[in-house]
Design a protein around this ligand. Structure first.
Ligand SMILES: [Zn+2]
Ligand SMILES: [Zn+2]
Length: 263
């Protein structure tokens, strides 16, 4: 049984932690797998070009270094923590209209992926590259931030195009996704250490990238709310020490109590 988080940002886009800092954050807490998923913006839109220029997105120029660091950090994460690090990106189509905006996560990438073109073509392209496609925060995130409704509005047409849809992002669980028949995944969309307190995915498979991606595709997973005592300002007065608590709130919790399996 392992805790996993498949939506994490670093300083290669708009995250505040470097990739090594992210690896240590999760590794020291006993996670079995994470994916680093920095933003790639559209190359032809003003918003996309501006984000690249400001360093808020990966570009073709920064991407080779990103992959190189991910490779060396994956080796370090395995050596130190027996944690798998999966290379990913979040292909980000940001429009003034929330209904034209969409964020798509690709996991298990081997080369630069473009955020240009229609979302159906992007999803197909991700699979053609042997990666898996995830619809990120497809409904109202409840946060004061850009909303991305495009994928959800086309969910019937796109149902087969994505390997999973985020049923939770950060501390928000999305009832619309939970009550749908779409394949699901829960991730933190971590940008700062405090975002560790969030919904995560639990897997019961070998600690190997292919086995992990296969579990997502076959939906052999469950979701747990993870509360991090060290970085949770609100609860730091209640829980002391470095460890973390996994709350009993869970969905499809056929795996029993995770706290016991940690012992
Ligand atoms: Zn996003
Ligand atoms: Zn994100």
């Amino acid at each position: 049984m392992m805790l996993a988080d498949f939506h994490v940002h670093s300083t290669f886009s708009d995250g505040k932690l470097t990739i090594p800092a992210v690896v240590d954050l999760y590794g020291q807490r006993g996670f079995g797998a994470i994916a680093i998923t920095d933003h790639v913006g559209e190359s032809r839109t003003v918003i996309g070009k501006a984000a690249g220029h400001l360093g808020l997105c990966l570009t073709k120029a920064t991407f080779p270094l990103y992959l190189e660091i991910l490779k060396s950090e994956a080796e370090r994460a395995w050596r130190l923590y027996r944690m798998v690090v999966i290379p990913g990106v979040e292909l980000s189509k940001n429009s003034i209209s929330n209904y034209r905006s969409a964020h798509i996560i690709a996991l298990g990438i081997k080369k630069f992926m473009s955020a240009d073109g229609d979302v159906a073509d992007i999803a197909r392209n991700i699979r053609n590259e042997g990666a898996i496609s995830i619809a990120a925060h497809p409904v109202d995130s409840g946060k004061f931030e850009k909303q991305t409704y495009h994928l959800w509005n086309r969910r019937f047409e796109l149902a087969q195009a994505f390997d999973a849809w985020e049923v939770a992002s950060g501390d928000r669980l999305f009832p619309e996704v939970l009550n749908s028949s779409l394949p699901k995944i829960a991730s933190s969309d971590l940008h700062i250490a405090r975002h560790m307190t969030s919904w995560k995915t639990l897997l019961d498979c070998e600690r190997h990238p292919e086995a992990i991606l296969d579990s997502i595709k076959k939906q052999k997973l469950s979701f747990r709310f993870y509360r991090d005592s060290k970085n949770d300002n609100i609860h730091s007065d209640i829980h002391s020490g470095y460890g973390s608590l996994v709350e009993s709130r869970s969905y499809r919790s056929s795996f029993g109590d995770y706290r016991q399996s940690l012992a």
